[in-house]
Ligand binder design. Structure first.
Ligand SMILES: C[S@@+](CC[C@H](N)C(=O)[O-])C[C@H]1O[C@@H](n2cnc3c(N)ncnc32)[C@H](O)[C@@H]1O
Length: 442
């Protein structure tokens, strides 16, 4: 494709490169280029996709191309190991990261049935426009031409991508190799879209799950779905909807939602009629809680602050502590690639400190639901086991877990509820989560 006329500058891998106007007119190429840039940031700089997006990585694209770039990056991260297996026989040595990511994206697109000539041309064009890597466009052309034939044929016979060792090893130790392989299949399958619907609210078509969440049949654009404008529902994974159900607040009950943003659980507590104080340290994330409350017509007192400094006394507290988020890999395939577990020690220490402080804020006879969207027992079962040992006036309320759809096999020995992505395989899975309801003596 000829490069014509006005030349514009775009950012690629932190570097400005110049491409022709004709290239930019090819918006599919612009989306691919941005997807490669996202991959560079995740795989080269250890940044999470939401961070890259918040920093404006896709702001130059129009909304549909932004969605496309994001989807391409997510798919490539989900299938990274398969893409690398396909590429390996064709590469004598590893090319620079940006070129490798260009090839990975190309391999995934080809495997998923995208037209060969379009993918090859786009990736060659993107490489040719790169100031440092232009000389490798011949390699990109040769490799992807081969994959245009190979990829669709070989793809399904390749193994399901495995988690990286830093995460796989502790998970195998906790749940066993068979369970982790099932989790990896669930990660590759991706996540359906679940809603929590207000009683009597208008909802799109979907399947009612055993625990009461609605799983959408045909998701599409969320804001265009029936009931969105009316604020009758909000997006919330079925597993994430359970902690608030376990807390089971009563109308008018004073309830504290520590670590509240973006507010899915705050909305549940407010919809149940509780007098909710929702607190989070992040002002930006609290703006999302405000927007969610406004859309749904629900109310809560919002506090921006550090959970560890909050004072008061409550009958019901929800502590959805910051965690590794390893239970959400189906929707965040960037996480295992961007992280290496080195930050988790500090998170585990913070969770335990927050748990102690939340217990202090409980009135006599009060109850606290502690939860994390983590698959690591150190952030769930172990935290609760240790809290029960530290506070003799605390007991695990097993009866609180006796809810519709909760299977007896999900209850843990210390009296918590363990959810994993490989559960409900026939229904489309769920996020990994842990929760326990702790009751203070009266
Ligand atoms: C797992 S998310 C909470 C999700 C939320 N409960 C929901 O259902 O939408 C954890 C939250 O903890 C907040 N956080 C982290 N450290 C905090 C602290 N020291 N005090 C209060 N909030 C904190 C983060 O800003 C983040 O929003």
């Amino acid at each position: 494709m000829p490069l014509i006329y006005a030349r514009v500058r775009i950012l690629q891998c932190g570097q400005e490169v110049t491409v022709g106007k004709a290239d930019m007119a090819d918006t599919a190429t612009a989306a691919r280029q941005s997807a490669i840039h996202l991959l560079d940031q995740v795989l080269g700089e250890g940044r999470l996709l939401p961070e890259c997006l918040a920093a404006g990585a896709l702001d130059r694209l129009d909304p549909s191309e932004r969605a496309r770039a994001q989807r391409l990056a997510l798919q490539t991260l989900t299938w990274l190991e398969r893409a690398d297996r396909l590429l390996k026989p064709h590469l004598r040595k590893a090319p620079p990261l940006t070129v490798r990511n260009t090839l990975r994206l190309g391999a995934v697109e080809l495997a998923q049935g995208e037209a060969g000539h379009g993918v090859v041309n786009a990736m060659v064009q993107i490489t040719g426009a790169h100031r440092r890597h232009a000389r490798l466009k011949g390699l990109v052309n040769a490799v992807l031409r081969k994959l245009a034939t190979d990829a669709p044929v070989k793809w399904d016979s390749l193994p399901v991508p495995r988690l990286p060792r830093w995460l796989r090893d502790p998970l195998v130790q906790a749940w066993g190799g068979k369970a982790v392989a099932a989790m990896e299949r669930a990660h590759a399958a991706g996540a359906p879209l679940d809603l929590t619907v207000k009683p009597g609210g208008t909802a799109p078509e979907g399947e009612m799950l055993p625990t009461g969440s609605l799983r959408l049949t045909a998701p599409g654009q969320v804001s265009a779905l029936p009931g969105f404008e009316l604020g009758d529902w909000w997006v919330q994974d079925a597993a994430a909807a359970l902690p608030a159900r376990v807390l089971a607040v009563r109308p008018g009950e004073a309830c504290l939602d520590l670590c509240a943003a973006p507010g899915g659980k705050t909305l549940q507590l407010a919809a149940a009629g509780a007098d909710v104080t929702a607190l989070d340290i992040s002002e930006a994330r609290m703006r999302r809680v405000r927007a969610n409350l406004d859309r749904t017509g629900l109310t809560a007192h919002l506090v921006v602050g550090d959970a560890l400094e909050h004072r008061g006394q409550y009958d019901a507290i929800l502590l959805d502590a910051p965690c590794s988020a390893t239970g959400t890999i189906r929707r965040h395939p960037d996480l295992p690639h961007a992280k290496d577990g080195s930050e988790f020690g500090a998170l585990i220490a913070l969770q335990s400190e927050m748990l102690d402080h939340a217990i202090d804020l409980l009135g006599p006879g009060g109850r606290l639901v502690y939860c994390t969207c983590s698959l690591l027992p150190d952030e769930g079962e172990v935290q609760v086991e240790e809290a029960l040992a530290r506070f003799p006036d605390l007991t695990a309320d097993r009866a609180a877990l006796d809810l519709p759809g909760v299977e007896p096999g999900w209850i843990t020995k210390e009296g918590g509820l363990r959810l994993r992505p490989d559960y409900w395989p026939d229904l489309g899975g769920m996020d990994g989560f842990y929760m326990a309801c702790l009751r203070k003596a009266g």
